[in-house]
Write a protein that binds this ligand. Structure first.
Ligand SMILES: Nc1ncnc2c1ncn2[C@@H]1O[C@H](COP(=O)(O)OP(=O)(O)OP(=O)(O)O)[C@@H](O)[C@H]1O
Ligand SMILES: [Mg+2]
Length: 387
């Protein structure tokens, strides 16, 4: 139907086609002359504004449909962007204003205004417009949903921060409690060791002296002398048991000769009992250094637990204990060549947990390096302890 319209812009058929297009579109379209009076409006546009096209024709459009802002304050004609645009001979596209209906209500509109030119001269403007109530409503709903979501996220983040803080505080309390219980236990052990040593040890020694005296007196009586010999043997065994118990409770060597000698002794003893080959390497500057009673007993207990683990789980043939210094930091490495283990991210078993807690209580760090078949290396670092 659009065929053969070449050079026929004034032809009645051409005008008819244009009218049909204008009337068929869902958008409102109107034209104004230089004075702002309506020179045409399509049906859709008039309906959107609550008029018939005839009621609008010839009317000043600004005063009819664009006179006020959304908050009902007046929009002077010199602020009207439709006018501004065609006076400057330019197009404009706007979506933040309202148009007014015949019944006094308004609707958010998107409109575009372009100058109508006759040759070089602007003779008016054509305005296309749309009711964008729905679009604005869904944008507002979207914004409200976003705001709600952001509010929820902020509230949830705040809740999580509080929960995290509480958790951190309980962790710290538990850690302090564990450290306190450890030192109470060590103190208790020291007391028991002192009582056992002073009372039981002294009584056994006195008993042994008395029995030796009696043995001399009964040198000529083989029957009673033999009885006394076996009593002396029992006394010896009891004395050895007391020494062993004392050593477990509180290794005396720790107090007298210090940690490094105590660790060497522990390793020698372990070698004797387990049959594993053990080596102890400690640099001379460390041998001279004392760490204080709490730190020394803690390190001693950690090495004790590591060695117990080696004998129980590792199936190793060698154990090495190496103590070295980097600046003022102490490094203690215990390595075995056994079957290794999968290292848990967070230890839950009490042996490993106890080692970690004791190290943390000293302000240090403990690293377990292992994988199946590769042995276990335990690296303990204490910062700033070397004088
Ligand atoms: N040197 C090691 N070689 C191989 N596996 C080890 C070694 N040390 C620890 N493990 C593994 O790590 C686990 C945890 O050790 P942990 O000392 O915490 O507990 P445990 O020795 O089993 O029991 P507990 O020490 O409480 O009596 C062990 O059960 C063992 O499987
Ligand atoms: Mg263990």
């Amino acid at each position: 139907m659009f065929a053969n319209l070449h050079n026929l812009s004034h032809h009645a058929a051409w005008r008819r086609q244009l009218e049909m297009i204008l009337e068929s579109t869902g958008e409102g379209i109107y034209g104004i002359d230089l004075k702002g009076r309506c020179i045409f409006i399509n049906e859709a546009g008039a309906v959107m504004l609550g008029y018939t096209p005839d009621e609008v024709l010839g009317r000043p459009m600004h005063y009819l449909i664009h006179h006020s802002h959304a908050d009902e304050t007046l929009m002077p004609v010199h602020e009207c962007r439709i006018y501004q645009a065609f006076r400057e001979g330019q197009g404009v596209r706007v979506d933040d204003e309202v148009l007014w209906r015949r019944d006094g209500s308004s609707f958010p509109a998107e409109y575009a205004s372009y100058p109508i030119r006759d040759g070089e001269t602007v003779v008016g403007a054509v305005v296309t417009f749309n009711d964008i109530t729905e679009r604005k409503r869904s944008a507002r709903l979207q914004q409200e949903a976003n705001d709600q979501l952001e509010k929820r996220v902020r509230e949830r983040t705040a809740e999580l921060t509080v929960a995290h803080d509480n958790l951190r505080q309980s962790n710290e309390s538990l850690r302090r409690l564990a450290a306190h219980l450890n030192s109470v236990r060590e103190e208790e052990r020291r007391h028991i060791a002192r009582d056992v040593h002073d009372e039981l040890g002294a009584a056994l020694t006195a008993l042994q002296l008395e029995m030796s005296w009696l043995r001399h007196r009964l040198a000529d009586d083989p029957a009673l002398g033999g009885k006394l010999d076996s009593m002396l043997d029992i006394g010896d065994h009891a004395m050895q048991a007391v020494r062993r118990i004392l050593n477990d409770l509180r290794p005396g060597i720790l107090d007298h000769l210090g940690l490094w000698a105590a660790l060497e002794g522990l390793l020698l003893d372990f070698q004797k009992r387990s049959g594993l080959s053990c080596s102890f390497v400690c640099s001379p500057e460390i041998e001279r250094c004392r760490l204080g009673r709490d730190a020394e007993i803690a390190l001693y207990r950690i090495v004790q637990e590591v060695l117990t683990n080696v004998s129980r789980h590792a199936q190793a043939s060698r154990v090495e204990l190496r103590v070295s210094a980097t600046g003022r930091d102490l490094e203690l490495l215990i390595a075995d060549d056994g079957q290794g283990m999968r290292v848990p991210r967070q230890p839950t078993s009490f042996g490993l947990l106890g080692m970690r807690e004791r190290t943390l209580a000293l302000g240090g760090s403990l690293e377990i390096i292992s994988s199946p078949g590769k042995g276990v290396r335990i690296m303990l670092r204490l910062p700033n302890v070397i004088a």
